[in-house]
Design a protein around this ligand. Sequence first.
Ligand SMILES: Nc1ncnc2c1ncn2[C@@H]1O[C@H](COP(=O)(O)OP(=O)(O)OP(=O)(O)O)[C@@H](O)[C@H]1O
Length: 275
Amino acid sequence: MSIITISGVKKSFSKNNYALKGIDLCIDQGDMVALIGPSGSGKSTLMRHISGLTLADKKTPSSVSVFDTPIQLQGKLHKDIRRSRARIGNVFQQFNLISRLSVLTNVLIGGLSRVPTYRSLLGWFTDAEKQEALNALDRVGLREFALQRASQLSGGQQQRVAIARALMQKAEIILADEPIASLDPESSRQVMEILQDINIKDGITVVVTLHQVDYAQKYCQRAVALRQGEIFFDGRINELSRVQLTQLYGTQQQNQRPDAVSNDQLSPSFELTPA
Ligand SMILES: Nc1ncnc2c1ncn2[C@@H]1O[C@H](COP(=O)(O)OP(=O)(O)OP(=O)(O)O)[C@@H](O)[C@H]1O
């Protein structure tokens, strides 16, 4: 069953310069999808359309829906956007925590949409909510850090707190935009394993943008590859051939960030289907 449906999405930030050139995409409930492609291919822009943080061009008919409820229609936010957003957890490259607050409070904030407004304004949380937040921290292996300030945690730990916050939110979809871009390999592995764990055990749909193709191959079943604002590949990741990867990353070398994967960076350890 399709849980995210994107149809006809075009986005230009300046005249005749399209970041997205008409995207049609369905993502099924329970999928773990890697959104890959060279720097500037439109991955973040597409993710932001799903959460309604960026609006499609108004000139073209387009829609983005989650759970059959529109997020945006023809470039206009839908009136029920708050309800839909409450079901989507966002994990960004920049960890997006409130650094002066404790780890526990940051996780509790994930549940704010479910508590009465007066309690959320006062920051009052029940024992049951605190226990739930501690359980979420357990899932990401950070229970013992609950009372520390978020700013005292490493980048990888902060990213795991952001995932715990999405669990507390009871998000049914997690959109993770470059969650491991600034992390070392060990922290990257931990973050990806946690995303995989909650995808498998909790059935949470995960869409993750990645620069590192090897992480996509290791943790995701499906890849959607963007190139110059268009879908270049959509299918099982083990069907993405080395030739296709060369076509994908070989055409926009001049636009790539230094940390983005390039042809000659493709590690020999990649298990690619022969072309
Ligand atoms: N707010 C913006 N204003 C102007 N141009 C933008 C804006 N956001 C994105 N773009 C442009 O849209 C295109 C797609 O950018 P986007 O960030 O979606 O690509 P990406 O694939 O996520 O890249 P990266 O992997 O480097 O994050 C790029 O040409 C970018 O410069």
